[in-house]
Write a protein that binds this ligand. Structure first.
Ligand code: IFM
Length: 443
């Protein structure tokens, strides 16, 4: 086990169904909102889609071989809801369930713990068409039923579950910025979607407690470390509000059953708050077992009168990844301390961390020294947090192999393994793959 980390620490990689599986409408799978969105002109760079992606659906054995070579003891992946329930509810697709059955069995055979995310953005299109998907509070019953189905089918072997991946993105990036499916721009709707997502998380946790006797369930959030541009009173206040928007709304609310008060008041004054029914907050805050922290960068914030939040995120001056995100390992350490202290002293798993680099395949190999340095610094930040008392239990590098990076298509490469899109999707481990493998092995 990697030097200084606990013996039972989970070391893994993370992926998501739509980003790697491909076989998008194969063997009974229904379309998702991403199947639809990625075919709309102008939505995805270079008009790309996840139709084929990395073809993991057909090549999962080869991909598990790579995980074995890495020496991982865990793997975080998501289930495609429309692969198992093509219309989101009703008739199941046995072939889809068989796929996840085989995946889980193969992982366990290799002594790799499966960590299952129930929702990583690929909502069945039928639910969107029928009643607006996350826009309608009924979605929480559909999500709970789908979750129960998966608990029933895989719960005998899967011991770690994550309800939602980054509800901030499924609400604001999808419904406010309009960059992700279904690509709308409406803050009131976005807040209502966020509420329905949190409600769905709570309903799924309730089902989990009823259905599964042995296992843990958590919630994974975007975890951005937020800092003020200056120490002025205005910038400090703006930072607090922005922190409630990006972090607190999704960390504090499921923990306490109350939305962060200052930001809630601000939205209330603007007539933007979601419709909250009497039992909602109790359901939203049903106790769960752990936090998933997805950390990539920090945001620098200052006061900006004219925006609704009264805040503006400004470009910092640190070196940036190919996504344009500042590289700031200190932010991971600081966020872990903050999350542990402020969000209920729950066990934490870093469920995603990684970097997009300008990787080049030269003479059959990819020398991604920038990624190695990024991982080295972030592993060290995580270790400092453990030494400082944070109950950090696992680390999942984003991501196993280059894949479909949502609106950026295949142009951004985050993988430890290079995927040669021009040559039959050949997998070529990068230098960072070797670095990670050796890092995990060091005692
Ligand atoms: O690729 C995404 C992933 O699906 C969710 N978290 C951030 C990653 C990098 O943008």
């Amino acid at each position: 086990m990697a030097a200084g980390f606990p013996e039972d620490f989970l070391w893994g990689v993370a992926t998501a169904a739509y980003q790697i599986e491909g076989a998008d409408l194969e063997e009974g799978k229904g379309p998702s909102i991403w199947s639809d969105f990625s075919h709309k002109p102008g939505r995805i760079d270079f008009g790309e889609s996840g139709d084929v992606a990395c073809d993991h659906y057909h090549r999962f054995t080869e991909d598990i071989d790579l995980m074995t070579e890495l020496g991982l003891n865990s793997y975080r992946f998501s289930i495609s809801w429309p692969r198992v329930l093509p219309k989101g509810s009703g008739t199941t697709n046995q072939k889809g369930i068989d796929f996840y059955d085989k995946l889980v069995d193969k992982l366990l055979e290799r002594e790799i713990q499966p960590i299952v995310t129930l929702y990583h953005w690929d909502l069945p299109l039928d639910l969107q068409a029928r009643f607006g998907g996350w826009e309608c509070r009924d979605i929480s019953n559909y999500f709970a039923d789908y979750s129960s189905l998966m608990f029933y089918r895989l719960g005998d072997r899967v011991k770690y579950w994550i309800t939602l991946n980054e509800p901030y993105c499924s609400s604001h990036v999808s419904y406010l910025w309009g960059e992700h499916a279904p690509g709308k721009r409406d803050l009131k709707m976005s807040l209502s979607v966020a509420h329905n997502l949190l409600l769905s998380h709570g309903e799924a946790v309730r089902r989990f407690r009823e259905d599964v006797k042995d296992g843990l369930i958590g919630l994974t959030n975007v975890s951005t470390f937020v800092e003020p541009v200056t120490d002025s009173k205005e910038d400090l206040r703006a930072t607090k509000i922005y922190d409630q928007f990006v972090n607190g709304w999704f960390f504090e609310t499921p923990l306490t059953g109350e939305y962060p008060s200052e930001l809630f008041a601000l939205f209330e004054n603007a007539g933007l708050t979601p419709n909250i029914e009497s039992e909602d907050m109790e359901i939203i805050s049903v106790p769960f077992d752990f936090w998933g922290v997805n950390y990539y960068t920090r945001n620098l914030v200052r006061r900006e009168e004219s925006s609704i939040l009264g805040t503006e995120v400004v470009q910092g001056e640190l070196p940036k990844s190919e996504m344009g995100w500042e590289i700031y390992p200190e932010g991971l350490e600081a966020f872990l301390f903050k999350a542990y202290k402020q969000y209920g002293k729950k066990p934490i798993y870093i469920t995603e961390n990684g970097i997009a680099c300008k990787d080049k395949l030269l003479n059959g190999s990819v020398d991604d020294h920038r990624r190695i340095e990024y991982l080295r610094q972030h592993f060290s930040a995580a270790l400092n947090a453990i030494k400082g008392g944070v109950d950090l239990k696992g680390y999942f590098v984003w991501t196993l192999m280059d894949n479909f990076e949502w609106a950026r298509g295949f142009s951004k490469r985050f993988g430890l393994v290079y995927v040669d899109y021009n040559n039959d999707l050949r997998r070529i481990p990068k230098k960072s793959f070797e670095y990670f493998r050796d890092f995990i092995r060091t005692m």
